[in-house]
Design a protein around this ligand. Structure first.
Ligand code: FAD
Ligand code: NAI
Length: 479
């Protein structure tokens, strides 16, 4: 016997679980299927984000930052610490507890919103009368039908050809979040978001971290001035980042006494280098999850990267089948997945769901944080736009001085004629929170003068945002 629903969501990551809740809020009968298992084999909804992504990485970034502050910065505040120690199992246990709270929170939200949850793998069986039949393979096999299906199956770490993840010596984001003892020497391939965040965690806890990046530029998608400033700070912190390398053979030697991994690579000067490390993290991007979905059964089209092919509104080639989040084009970000999930649920309900791809913020949670929204200066130059720029350093911000973190700056880019804000770029303390003001401003098509005329609390980091907006008109007050 099959169970009939109005909407079936496959995947309970931020794209899927949010789509399921929004569809239920709009009065639909909703099922959500997810196969993620916790350590006990039970359901662990929340996807990559909750289980091995955003949430556990931020928990460890926070813990490691506390440790780093206690070890290196408390003394500046006149606080002496003696006998500082690291209880790594406890730190990892705290991170696991935070993840568990989030898993349980989602199960609670499903109950509250009357979303029926199925634990197992969901795959297309066939097109059924007026919709689709979805098989659930789990502890209890089920057959579900619905006229509307939302695919939200997310993404997985991309492996280097010939070097599969074993999550012991060669780690994806999953293993990188549960290394049992601080590795003395940690190698990371890829200086993207995961490489920098996880590299920062283990460096703060005591590892000697070397990050090998294939491209000659650092953080190519980030505004050049901001990326340059960030690189200077990371260099000073002791995070060794080598750009323009070509990684060759990777050898893992597993020994009872001491295992190691040796990487052969060519550096930017063309010299052959050999690097030995105790663990290796590979963070070279992610691939969409469609294996197991059985898209062929219904003729669901994928693109040449294996992502589900969708239009701007997340419609696939099949009537009634939608796809959102990491499994489709666009940035692989939890909040992008959520926005798409909400918009699709609203479109199914006949409403006009909308996602503004121009105002999706990015944050890299290093210390200092890097955050941005809109276009970079190099993008504006490339399209020949006439623009004005204004920057303000945290060095001149009273709150940053009081905090003891004056690294970085806020940068505004505005249209030369209309003054409309085209991009805001921040490297500095709490950039993840500061960027929200810029997102709101851009969503409402504000000018830099609008921000410059708004009263900002004193002393606050947000005054640096106001001052950077003033700088567009060359009239900063505090610099
Ligand atoms: P996912 O979260 O990947 O969820 C997909 C779910 O579908 C999974 O539970 C999977 O098990 C399930 N699934 C797949 N196939 C099937 C099937 N056939 N049947 C049933 N279930 C299935 N983004 C941010 O915005 N901020 C951050 O700070 C951030 N930090 C990150 C840190 C790390 C280390 C990583 C790896 C990623 C991070 N991301 C961050 C990215 C973010 O995690 C993803 O963009 C987000 O999780 C995508 O959501 P999703 O719902 O599309 O997919
Ligand atoms: P990424 O795309 O951010 O960075 C990958 C890096 O690896 C790039 O700089 C690339 O040039 C480099 N690279 C690729 N192949 C290489 C090779 N063979 N040798 C050396 N370098 C190579 O990917 P990453 O870090 O794996 O993260 C995946 C995605 O997860 C991110 O793009 C982001 O969407 C998401 N994420 C978001 C976070 C956030 O919002 N704070 C945190 C972590 C991940």
């Amino acid at each position: 016997m099959s169970q009939a629903f109005d909407v079936i969501v496959i995947g309970a990551g931020p794209g899927g679980y949010i789509a399921a809740i929004r569809a239920a809020q709009l009065g639909m009968k909703v099922a959500c299927i997810d196969e993620w298992k916790n350590a006990a084999g039970g359901p662990a909804p929340g996807g990559t984000c909750t289980n091995v992504g955003c949430i556990p990485s931020k928990a460890l970034l926070q813990s490691s930052e506390h440790y780093d502050h206690a070890a290196h910065h408390f003394a500046d505040h006149g606080i002496g610490v003696s006998g500082l120690s690291l209880d790594l199992p406890k730190m990892l246990g705290r991170k696991d507890a935070v993840v568990k709270q989030n898993n349980e929170g989602i199960l609670y939200l499903f109950k509250k919103n009357k979303v029926t949850f199925f634990h197992g793998r969901g795959s297309f069986s066939k097109a059924a009368a007026g919709g689709y039949e979805i098989a659930v393979q789990g502890d209890k096999p089920e057959t579900l039908t619905a006229a509307q299906v939302i695919v939200a199956t997310g993404s997985s770490a991309r492996a280097l050809p010939g070097t599969p993840f074993d999550e012991d010596m060669v780690l994806s984001n999953d293993g990188a979040l549960r290394i049992g003892a601080v590795p003395k020497r940690l190698a990371v391939i890829g200086s993207g978001v995961i490489g920098l965040e996880m590299g920062s965690v283990w460096r703060r806890l005591g590892s000697d971290v070397t990050v090998l990046e294939g491209l000659p530029t650092f953080l190519g998608a980030v505004d050049e001035q901001i990326a340059k400033e960030a690189k200077k700070i990371f260099d000073k912190q002791g995070l060794k980042i080598e750009l323009g390398v070509k990684v060759g053979e990777i050898k893992v030697a597993k020994k009872a006494a001491k295992s190691s991994v040796t990487l052969a690579y060519t550096n930017a000067k063309g010299e052959a280098v050999s690097l030995e490390a105790d663990k290796l993290i590979i963070s070279i991007g992610r691939v969409p999850n469609t294996a197991g979905l059985n898209p062929e059964a219904v003729g669901l089209k994928l693109d040449d990267r294996g992502a589900v092919l969708v239009d701007e509104e997340c419609r696939t080639n099949l009537a009634g089948v939608w796809a959102v989040g990491d499994v489709v084009r666009g940035p692989m970000l939890a909040h992008k997945a959520e926005e798409e999930g909400v918009a699709v649920a609203e479109r199914i309900a006949g409403q006009h769901g909308h996602v503004n791809f121009n105002t999706i913020p990015w944050v890299i949670y290093t210390s200092p944080e890097i955050a941005w929204v809109g276009e970079t200066e190099q993008q504006l130059k490339a399209r020949g736009a006439a623009y004005k720029a204004g920057t303000f350093p945290f060095l001149a911000n009273g709150r940053a001085r009081a905090l003891g973190d004056t690294t970085g700056m806020v940068k505004f880019l505005a249209d030369a004629k209309t003054d409309e804000i085209l991009g805001v770029h921040i490297v500095g303390p709490m950039a993840s929170e500061l960027i929200a003001e810029a997102v709101v401003a851009m969503e409402f098509k504000a000018s830099s003068e609008d921000i410059a005329r708004i009263c900002h609390a004193h002393p606050s980091l947000s005054e640096a945002t106001k001052e950077a907006a003033l700088a567009v008109d060359k009239r900063t007050l505090n610099f």
